[in-house]
Design a protein around this ligand. Structure first.
Ligand code: NAP
Length: 439
């Protein structure tokens, strides 16, 4: 019997399963997709044909994604009826098939509706928002050396000031909260305040850090940086950093070295910062050859405000960045702007196993249905999805083809308006060019 009310899985596909703690991907995995609202109508089909073409080409037809259409946002209302923006069918499909991809979703207007994106993350416990930020040659950028940026941000996705624990100024509820804070806890909050609570837990922090360090190990990354504002918010952001170092030193001791340890070993000689000091690793490895500095991952922390100038002035000293929710929101957009903007920034929401891959921009309603916007963000999210499935050959093929297409100056309107001598193509035209440039 089907678990679904109004959707059905494709007959030609198989389920992704979990075996011994690892994802097992069949050659024809069922992958649910949500088209998305607004420009989702344009960027999803463009993305789908590019993903299919790359998989076909990379594996000579041996592998093929069996797409399963699911509904969320405006399309869900059309299919399931008024007020049903996030049907159980969609949640069940993502739970059952583990890997899914989505276009942008409108936050329904009017009281009582939470952002659908936030709901999906919280209901499915997708606690890590993962956003790689790298430069594609030829993309117009405000930075002098945009190519120095190649970071991947792990943003905590379920708590912090996003957890929705807040009270509006002037309400009976907020009066009770302020009364408690002032009279029971002995603090002094202004009586005409609104209040928001910032919970940061051991559970939320450690599970994120664990994921970030595992990723750094698997991908041969050089460092993991905890970005926090712990100098001011000691028991939330500061605790996040402390718990991060606990995970690093207690669970990954053989793989990591903290910046402080590295510093202790090297600074006595000349005061050169340990990260740039040549040979620092060789010294630490008991005279073994220096080898690749990525042999052990440097774990360090930076105060959030300093991190914003660091990514501009020394972007190449950062690699995996691991941070609470609000910092992660800000730094993701700031970093993306440095390499050419949100139109090219992919993202994923990941839990213990489930991966929901998504465009990071919104629905840009004024462009919806015009076959005009840049599908790059969703396509690169698709690349992340292929890499998550270990279908890396197909992922690489798309990345290279996007780079080749931009190098030929064949681009959508957003990049065209910033590039001299470029040829402007439609959203679907861009997808076709990318397919042509696949090797
Ligand atoms: P937006 O949809 O991201 O659009 C803002 C501007 O960004 C657009 O007008 C356009 O700039 C540019 N842009 C966005 N996507 C682009 C693309 N694929 N190609 C080229 N340019 C692109 O932000 P918004 O207008 O603030 O939000 C609209 C709706 O989206 C809201 O309902 C919001 O809640 C929702 N939203 C959803 C998500 C999500 O689902 N993940 C994320 C953010 C916002 P120009 O006008 O300069 O051409």
């Amino acid at each position: 019997m089907s678990n679904f009310e109004k959707v059905s899985p494709p007959a030609n596909g198989q389920r992704i399963t979990i075996e011994n703690g690892e994802l097992k991907i069949p050659d024809n995995p069922i992958i649910p997709f949500i088209r998305g609202d607004g420009i989702g109508i344009d960027i999803w089909p463009a993305t789908q044909i590019v993903l299919d073409a790359a998989v076909e080409k990379a594996y000579g037809g041996k592998r093929k994604i069996a797409w399963m259409k699911t509904y969320c946002g405006d399309e869900a209302v059309e299919h399931y009826g008024e007020g049903v923006y996030l049907p159980e069918d969609t949640l069940n499909a993502i739970r059952e098939y583990i890997i899914a991809i989505k276009g942008p979703l409108t936050t329904p207007v009017g009281g009582g509706h939470r952002s659908l994106n936030v709901s999906l993350r919280q209901i499915l416990d997708l606690y890590a928002c993962v956003r790689p930020v790298r430069y594609f040659k030829g993309v117009p950028s405000p930075a002098i050396h945009p190519e120095r940026m190649d970071i991947i941000i792990f943003r905590e996705n379920t708590e912090d000031v996003y957890s929705g624990v807040e009270w509006q100024q002037g309400t009976e509820e907020v009066k009770k909260v302020i009364d408690f804070i002032n009279n029971v806890m002995g603090k002094n909050v202004r009586l005409d305040s609104g209040i928001g609570i910032k919970p940061i837990s051991i559970t939320g922090s450690k599970q994120l850090v664990r994921k970030a360090i595992k990723y750094a190990i698997a991908e041969g990354r050089k460092s993991v940086t905890f970005m926090h504002k712990g100098n001011i918010m000691k028991y939330t952001e500061g605790a996040f950093k402390d718990w991060g170092f606990e995970v690093a030193t207690q669970e990954f001791r053989d793989y990591i070295i903290t910046e402080a340890e590295l510093w202790d070993e090297t600074r006595a000689e000349d005061g050169v910062t340990p990260i740039t000091k040549p040979g620092a690793f060789a010294q630490l490895r008991n005279g073994k050859p220096a080898g690749d500095p990525g042999e052990r991952i440097i774990v360090k922390d930076r105060i959030a405000d300093s991190m914003f100038q660091q990514i501009q002035t020394r972007a190449d000293e950062y690699d995996v960045v691991c941070t609470p929710n609000l910092n992660g929101d800000f730094i993701s957009d700031a970093a993306a702007a440095q390499v050419g903007g949100l139109g090219m920034a992919p993202g994923a929401n990941i839990g213990d196993y489930i991966g929901l891959f998504e465009a990071t921009h919104g629905t840009a309603p004024k462009y919806a249905g015009q076959d005009k916007v840049n599908p790059g963000s969703l396509m690169l999210s698709g690349v992340m999805m292929l890499n998550y499935m270990e279908w890396r050959e197909a992922g690489k093929m798309i990345e290279d083809a996007i780079e080749a297409t931009i190098a030929k100056k064949t681009v959508t309107y957003d990049l065209h308006r910033q590039m001299e001598g470029a040829t402007k193509v439609s959203c679907s035209g861009y997808a076709n060019e990318i397919i042509k440039n696949m090797q």
